[in-house]
Structure formats: structure tokens, C-alpha cells
Design a protein. Structure first.
Length: 245
């Protein structure tokens, strides 16, 4: 496909302000995934980012060529989310819907960042050290009482960019913030399974609520982290509960 005489590849991103027309020349089959979101709502997920949090950026019509690897990963994530939605029979809670929306937007944001000039190298925000940012992250998540926290929420709350947060976690814990948040969500699910609280919902629904729309990928993460499947955790807790009685 050609957009304004510029070749567009799979995974590239177009930014189109509301009510603005755009032209394209199609050569063969083409498919779009469209996300429409109000500007204030979008900017609320981009706290800590400099130019992306600037309304002027989103009010300028343009097509961005993303890094091919990151673009492919964006498409994989989005396909997984769509597949998870299609196989879900019950509507998500407000908590699940918010996390889902953030996940969709984040897929585009990460791909878009790969197409932009890298941010200038800076130290952590203000007088913060990497360890301080990690500590603030832990405190913020602890205060949510087990609710799943998305990285976009965390960056907005702490007023820190994704790159700075990633550097802080890599320097302090040797893992990225996304992996850390995933482990926290997995631990929250394990805690719920340990209380046998899935009588009214399936493990798949529980995983979806905590940001895992792909059940196969969720099960793989869970087993790698805990050495057993979610079903095995639930069965072992159910047996323990019956033995206590």
C-alpha cells in the first residue's frame, strides 16, 4: 500500500486527528486496525513521555515507519488480544476493560516510539535513583490491593518515561518493568486460586481480568514462574480445603 506516495509496511502506524481526511493508494489487499480514542483519554496514558504527551503530536497527520521487529511484535500482541476477546463469553469488569484498553494503546505506543528519534540520554527524574524508582513502583502497586497495574498507569502516576523506568529496573533488579508487573499479576492470580475463589468464573476469565487475554501464553508464564499449571494450583488448594474440613 502507498500512503501519500510513501510505502507503508505491515506494522507501520498512521496518526490521524479527528475529522481529518487522508488519501491512500491501495495495491492489492490491505487491512487496517483502527483505534479511536479521545485525546484527553489518550494523553492520560502517556504521562512521563515528552513529545507523546504533547497534544500537538496527535493533532498532526502523519504515517510512521516502525522498526520491523517491534512492528511484528505489536501485531502479534494485538492479534492475541483480539483472539482473547472473541473467545471470552462474559463482559470484562471495569478493571479488566481498563487494563485491556491500556494494553491495546500500549502496543501502538511502543511501536510508535521505535519510529521516533531516541530521547536524549538523561538521568532518572529529578534526584531519583533507579532503586528509588523501583521502590516507588512497589509502594504504588502495594497500595492498589492486588488490582492489576499497567505500565502506562505506573508511568503516569510516577511521572517517568518508559525508557527511564526500564533503565531503573534493569539497573536495580536485572529485569524490565513489564516483566516485573507481569510477575505481580501472576502472583495475584495465584493468591486468588489459593483461596479457591473461582467458583463463579473460569481460570481463563480470571486471567483476562488480570491482563492475560491469551490463555495459552498465560498458562506458559504461570508454569514457568510457579512450576505448575493454574489448574494444578486450584486442585491442590481444593484438596487442602477439603482435608481441613
Amino acid at each position: 500500500m502507498t500512503q501519500w506516495w510513501k510505502d507503508v509496511r505491515p506494522g507501520d502506524i498512521g496518526v490521524f486527528p479527528a475529522l481529518v481526511e487522508f488519501d491512500a493508494i491501495h495495491d492489492g489487499g490491505a487491512a487496517y486496525l483502527l483505534v479511536s480514542i479521545a485525546l484527553p483519554e489518550l494523553l492520560a496514558t502517556l504521562g512521563g513521555e515528552e513529545h507523546l504527551a504533547d497534544p500537538a503530536f496527535w493533532n498532526t497527520k502523519r504515517v510512521y515507519n516502525t522498526d520491523s521487529f517491534i512492528g511484528a511484535e505489536m501485531l502479534r500482541r494485538l492479534i492475541g488480544i483480539i483472539s482473547g476477546i472473541e473467545h471470552k463469553f462474559t463482559a470484562p469488569s471495569d478493571q479488566g476493560a481498563d487494563f485491556l484498553q491500556r494494553s491495546i494503546v500500549e502496543s501502538f505506543v511502543l511501536a510508535l516510539m521505535s519510529a521516533l528519534a531516541p530521547a536524549s540520554a538523561r538521568s532518572y527524574t529529578g534526584a531519583r535513583t533507579g532503586a528509588r524508582l523501583v521502590s516507588e513502583t512497589e509502594d504504588y502497586i502495594d497500595a492498589t490491593d492486588g488490582r492489576p497495574v499497567h505500565i502506562s498507569e505506573l508511568c503516569s502516576a510516577l511521572k517517568v518515561s518508559r525508557r527511564s523506568l526500564h533503565r531503573a529496573f534493569a539497573d536495580t533488579l536485572g529485569i524490565g518493568p513489564a516483566a516485573y508487573l507481569r510477575r505481580r499479576r501472576l502472583s495475584a492470580i495465584r493468591s486468588i486460586l489459593g483461596r479457591c475463589d473461582t467458583a463463579t468464573s473460569s481460570i481463563g476469565d480470571l486471567a483476562f481480568e488480570y491482563g492475560f487475554p491469551e490463555t495459552g501464553r498465560f498458562a506458559a508464564y504461570y508454569r514457568a514462574h510457579f512450576g505448575e499449571t493454574p489448574s494444578e494450583t486450584l486442585r491442590s488448594r481444593s484438596v487442602s480445603a477439603r482435608s481441613v474440613r
